[in-house]
Ligand binder design. Structure first.
Ligand SMILES: Cc1ncc(COP(=O)(O)O)c(C=O)c1O
Length: 497
């Protein structure tokens, strides 16, 4: 370090002088600081926090400041960033049970740092990184029992679904990517509780959201096979081309798994592409207690899995898998003067929707290397067990109502404060979800199931301990009792009253 230089500070660049390489002045020092920040964060994830920190006024003011002109201090920037993130909602905390989070496995942090350090671009041949990506695809397919031929890591479940559906569209209407649809009417089929990404994919790839056929649910909230078959046949009769059926393996709202075998029985004789949106639920196919729900997975054409949900790694890390080779290249292959096919080999970007792609697969690759498939299976089983346990506690509790029997790890339930009317109950449960998010001890989400507002919990975080499961109801009852009489003017009930 030159005399007078302060550790971590970027030196100002006087005009007309040589411009230094953009290295940090004290990079080992800053790296050691970062290691401490990360280790502190990991320690704070070990146990639930009783309250969330708030940002101080000075930091809030700095967050409103204008773009800095001169160089600043890396250590100060790091310290501010660490405080901002500590005061942000992190799905890695053990009682973050809202939406569909993740565990934020520690090994994923190390893999992320390493991957972005080298920053390979998976759009083009990247050497060893290509082998890691390929092995990760094979491993994740093997883990869930999918007969893999080709696939890609993408930026999320939305993009994985869209990638598969663009491939399906090109198969259903060969040449559509070049000629457009020319007035042809195409349709997609999914259950009425499929994720909105299916609608968005229909909008994006020219099918149109009006042509997404929402198929009704059976008593287990799964797509009805006979209704699907009738919808496809009626469309064909009317000159509409079916592009794909999108089964959901773990709906976002309730975790229901569509009957893959039955849907394959519909799709195979009709030559309709069957895609499984397993962004949330497909990892449970590896858990012995849930595996039977996924019977038929080996018959589907393509599948989406978000490793950044139930496989515990950080965003973004999603996978699209295809059972037969060639469909991705048929949909995305191209040659440009800046992207030549050397020696008749294609580029990775000939099989993906996205161009520049980071080595996000390294997170999953390192997680499988370090924890092994057995540990993942046990973790997933444990989260499934948390859901069963919570459902039992709800059923045994006279202040709560379970809205359906959970198939995977999502539980929707209502707090019932006395003899409230239905609309009062809806309002109460939405306010309770908000109150719980503000309180922060148990971070869950509001939802609406069968027109009933409720509290929704999804167990995908491997840090959630079994002893914490009853706390969900303890905190919901405590805050629910405070809210209910405030609205009705009654005095708070005490526990057991
Ligand atoms: C079933 C399902 N599909 C797709 C998505 C979208 O995934 P992403 O947010 O990774 O794009 C989600 C998100 O929760 C989901 O639950």
């Amino acid at each position: 370090m030159s005399p007078g230089r302060q550790p971590g500070r970027m030196e100002p660049t006087p005009q007309h002088e040589r411009v230094d390489l953009p290295a940090l002045v004290d990079r080992e020092g800053v790296l050691a600081d970062l290691a401490r920040v990360i280790a502190d964060a990991w320690a704070s994830f070990d146990n639930p926090r009783i309250s969330e920190p708030e940002l101080d006024a000075e930091l809030i003011e700095r967050l409103g400041a204008a773009l800095p002109g001169p160089p600043g201090d890396a250590e100060e920037a790091l310290a501010d960033a660490a405080r901002v993130l500590d005061a942000s909602v992190s799905p890695s905390r053990p009682l973050y049970l809202a939406y569909i989070g993740s565990t934020g496995l520690e090994i994923g942090v190390l893999a992320s740092a390493l991957a972005v350090t080298y920053d390979p671009n998976l759009a083009v041949a990247a050497g060893g990184a290509d082998l890691v990506e390929e092995q990760s695809l094979r491993w994740v397919a093997e883990f869930v029992g999918f007969p893999f031929a080709e696939g890609a890591f993408t930026s999320g479940g939305m993009t994985s679904n869209l990638t598969a559906l663009v491939a399906a569209r090109e198969q259903a209407v060969p040449g559509a990517r070049r000629d457009g649809l020319g007035g042809r009417r195409l349709a997609l089929y999914c259950s009425v509780e499929a994720h909105h990404s299916v609608v968005r994919a229909a909008e994006t790839c020219g099918i149109g959201s009006a042509w997404v056929r929402g198929i009704g649910l059976d008593e287990h909230r799964r797509m009805r096979r006979a209704e699907l078959a009738a919808a496809i046949d009626a469309d064909r009769e009317a000159g509409v081309t079916p592009v794909a059926v999108i089964a959901t393996a773990g709906t976002t709202l309730t975790g229901a798994v569509d009957p893959l075998d039955q849907l394959a029985d519909v799709c195979e004789p009709r030559s309709v592409w069957l895609h499984v949106d397993g962004a949330y639920g497909l990892p449970a196919a590896a858990a012995p207690s849930a595996a039977p729900l996924f019977a038929g997975l080996s018959r589907v054409d393509s599948a989406t899995i978000d490793a950044h949900k139930w496989l515990g790694v950080q965003k973004s890390c999603s996978v699209v898998l295809l059972r037969r080779g060639g469909a991705l290249e048929a949909a995305f292959g191209h040659e440009e003067r800046y992207m030549l096919h050397e020696h008749a080999t294609t580029n990775p970007v000939d099989r993906t929707l996205e161009y520049s792609r980071p080595l996000n697969s390294l997170r999953l690759w390192m997680a499988f290397r370090v924890h092994g498939a057995d540990q993942f299976r046990a973790w997933i089983e444990q989260t499934l067990e948390h859901a069963r346990e919570l459902a039992q506690l709800i059923e045994a509790h006279d202040e709560f109502e379970l809205l359906y029997e959970p198939q995977l790890s999502t539980v929707c339930f209502r707090h019932l404060p006395g003899d409230s009317a239905a609309d009062e109950l809806d309002r109460h449960n939405l306010e309770l979800a908000e109150a719980m998010q503000r309180d922060g001890r148990i971070y869950l989400a509001p939802a609406v199931v069968d027109d009933r507002a409720c509290l929704r919990v999804t167990f995908v975080n491997f840090r959630t301990a079994a002893e914490s499961v009853p706390r969900v109801l303890d905190v919901a009852a405590e805050l629910g009792r405070i809210l209910a009489p405030r609205r009705s003017g009654r005095r708070p009930q005490t526990r057991g009253s």
